[in-house]
Design a protein around this ligand. Structure first.
Ligand SMILES: [Zn+2]
Length: 667
């Protein structure tokens, strides 16, 4: 097992520092309403005007719930979305991973304070959800289609697992176990219990992680139950919706009807049992959270039904429904998957959380199956969509991650209004920023995994890691300037015995070399995308991945990308921005060359690619300014233009303007 890892990569350290020093303290201010932020941004398809525009209420809600529990007749107002509690939990989880990397005493103090407040709000029977405690106690566990009760509980449990591992303290874990036990008392196959799951998956993965930490079988059993009960009764959520309407209850999402065309069984992945699902349907974040649990659940329980479900989902998502940037979820309607090869670049949803979830899914599948293709997807989502989810200064965030954007069209076209061309400071529905924070801060957990005593290197990240392989300790040092350079050097300063290191050879890499102690090795064979090398103390291994800038074409069934090309280099997808290339990016044509260099002064240091291309002139010489919108087709005219491309993740950090990933090739 991996005992600990210290990330030394300048690329990732800088991002972790930004998150630890800027983003997490900033989010603390936001969740405590210590700072005015404009959060009147709707991204749920709902009506955020029902929410206060400058208060998050996150921490306040726990205080209100605690006062109510103590019998205060006027405990105060509970505000924000129904799932607002989860923001506190994700913040705590990000802090936990930060504490693994550094002794952040002030953060630790704040986190302990918050855990205290959360504990004070928890009811004696373990129930914990401020919305239902304060606003509608009679509705607990009755509106699971949209209540997010187990979703929030899942985030609490995941945060508690991480916090316990990072600090060794158990106060938070006690709260989590009490809550998990409350869920166990209410959900299960026994008579009198609820025979269904939460509309938003998350509890399943959390319970599996709680089981991994505590080895208490009942959590594995409950997680497996919740995974397998989903879809057994396709009308489970529909019946709850109809009952709520009949009882005159209000919608839990402001502005959205309880019975809404987007909220049918497929939205909740409950139209059939998971092992009969063959396509990713419905809300994308829900799908990948479900999938992550299926993958981990299959690994922990050996249940073939879970494995089959995870494999089916993986195939469908990766082969037919994923963007080049690792974004998923093509439609803003229901923040959802649509159909195979339907991957529009401008009206995409591509929620940051969905790509975070895709990384979880890939990671857990990888742990079970040792297939490098899953590592490829992991880094595709990580280096592109997830990193694009935040400004370089860590103070602005994207919820939606388009591959083509135009500020004017986002203003005038209601179908594109969800596609922002500036990262706002916060959202009314603020799932993405803390999710991104916990992802980047926990990066060390994704660099290696160990299976059958083999160390698999899944991500190339400069680091020093310590392993314990059945009692034998070893230290593995990785030095690299990845993602800008493809040379990765491994050193073994200490190893009690020899061991096998499996290196992921990415699918984008057409040629690579391996040198062990100065000698080039040629007698290797790839096994599912991994190259295995035997190492011992004192060894030095150098892997060199050729990393030229490449043009990528899409499957011709993807209408939006037909005839176009994108530029990638290693795991990084590039894009053109208006600030470098002028407006009307649709008129650009990539040239025959792709020339790259590292620019330390641009966007915090990025690789830049230039191409001597062309731009179609806006007016044909034969046409006048008053020429009609349509005219007889005739030979087109072009002028030379050097096209400058930057990493997609860094877009929208300068002047607001157009952006596009897929470009025209030379005419
Ligand atoms: Zn989100």
């Amino acid at each position: 097992m991996l005992e600990n890892i210290e990330i030394t990569s300048p690329f990732w350290r800088e991002r972790q520092q930004t998150i630890a020093r800027q983003m997490i303290p900033y989010q603390w201010e936001v969740i405590n309403d210590l700072q005015h932020v404009d959060i009147a941004v709707t991204n749920t398809g709902g009506d955020s005007s029902a929410l206060d525009s400058d208060k998050s209420y996150v921490v306040e809600n726990f205080k209100v719930a605690a006062r109510k529990k103590q019998g205060d007749p006027n405990p105060g107002k509970r505000g924000g979305m129904v799932f607002q509690d989860s923001d506190a939990y994700k913040w705590l989880e990000a802090v936990a991973y930060t504490l693994e990397c550094q002794a952040a005493l002030e953060l630790r103090h704040k986190a302990d304070q918050l855990i205290e407040i959360i504990g004070a709000a928890q009811e004696d029977d373990g129930y914990l959800n401020t919305y239902f405690q304060v606003n509608e106690p009679e509705r607990k566990y009755q509106s699971l289609y949209m209540s997010h009760e187990l979703y929030c509980a899942g985030h609490l449990i995941e945060a508690a697992v991480a916090y316990t591992k990072a600090t060794g303290t158990t106060q938070f874990l006690s709260i989590a176990k009490k809550l998990a036990d409350n869920i166990d008392a209410h959900f299960g196959p026994e008579e009198g219990k609820i025979h269904g799951a939460d509309g938003h998956e998350e509890i399943e993965l959390a319970l599996l992680r709680l089981y991994e930490l505590t080895h208490e079988e009942r959590y594995l059993k409950l997680a497996t139950y919740l995974l397998l009960i989903r879809g057994q009764d396709p009308d489970f959520f529909g019946a709850q919706q109809r009952r709520d309407v009949a009882l005159g209850r209000k919608s839990l999402i402001p502005g959205l009807e309880i019975i809404h065309p987007d909220f049918k069984a497929p939205y909740f992945q409950s139209d059939k049992p998971v092992y009969e699902q063959t396509e990713a349907k419905g809300h994308a974040v829900r799908v990948v959270y479900l999938c992550s649990a299926l993958a981990l659940g299959a690994a922990l329980s050996g249940d073939e039904r879970l494995k089959k479900a995870a494999d089916n989902y993986w195939r469908n998502i990766v082969m037919k429904r994923m963007y080049l940037t690792g974004a998923i979820g093509s439609s803003a309607h229901g923040e959802a998957f649509t159909g195979d090869y339907d991957l529009p670049n401008d009206s995409i949803y591509g929620e940051t959380c969905a790509s975070v979830g895709l990384i979880f899914f890939a990671h857990y599948l990888l742990r079970a199956q040792q297939n490098g293709a899953m590592g490829d997807v992991m880094e595709q989502a990580l280096y592109n969509t997830v990193l694009a989810g935040m400004n370089l200064d860590g103070k602005g965030f994207f919820y939606v991650n388009p591959l083509a954007a135009n500020p004017y069209l986002s203003q005038v076209n209601p179908g594109l209004r969800h596609v922002l061309t500036r990262r706002p400071g916060w959202f009314a529905c603020a799932c993405c920023p803390p999710n991104l924070a916990r992802m980047v801060m926990s990066l060390g957990h994704y660099v290696y995994h160990v299976s059958n005593n083999v160390i698999y290197n899944d991500l190339f990240v400069a680091s020093t890691a310590r392993f314990n392989l059945n009692g034998a300790h070893l230290t593995l040092k990785q030095s690299t300037n990845y993602p800008w350079e493809g040379t990765i050097c491994y050193e073994v300063p200490q190893a009690e015995q020899s061991f096998t290191l499996a290196l992921r050879i990415p699918q984008w890499c057409e040629h690579f070399t391996v040198q062990l102690n100065g000698e080039t090795k040629a007698d290797y064979q790839l096994e599912q995308g991994y190259l295995k090398v035997q190492l011992q103390q004192g060894d030095k291994l150098v892997l060199t991945l050729d990393m030229p800038a490449l043009r990528v074409a899409a499957d011709p069934r993807i209408d939006a990308d037909y005839g176009k090309q994108a530029v990638v280099r290693g795991p990084i997808v590039f894009c053109a921005e208006e600030v470098d290339n002028g407006p009307n990016l649709q008129c650009l044509h990539l040239g025959a060359d792709l020339e790259g260099h590292y620019d330390p002064n641009l966007l915090g240091g990025v690789y830049v690619i230039e191409s001597h291309g062309q731009r179609r002139t806006m007016q044909e010489p034969s046409l006048t300014v008053a020429s009609p919108l349509y005219h007889k087709a005739q030979p087109l005219h072009y002028q030379a233009q050097t096209i400058k491309l930057i990493p997609y993740y860094a877009w929208c950090n300068r002047a607001e303007g157009e952006m596009r990933v897929w470009l025209n090739p030379m005419p």
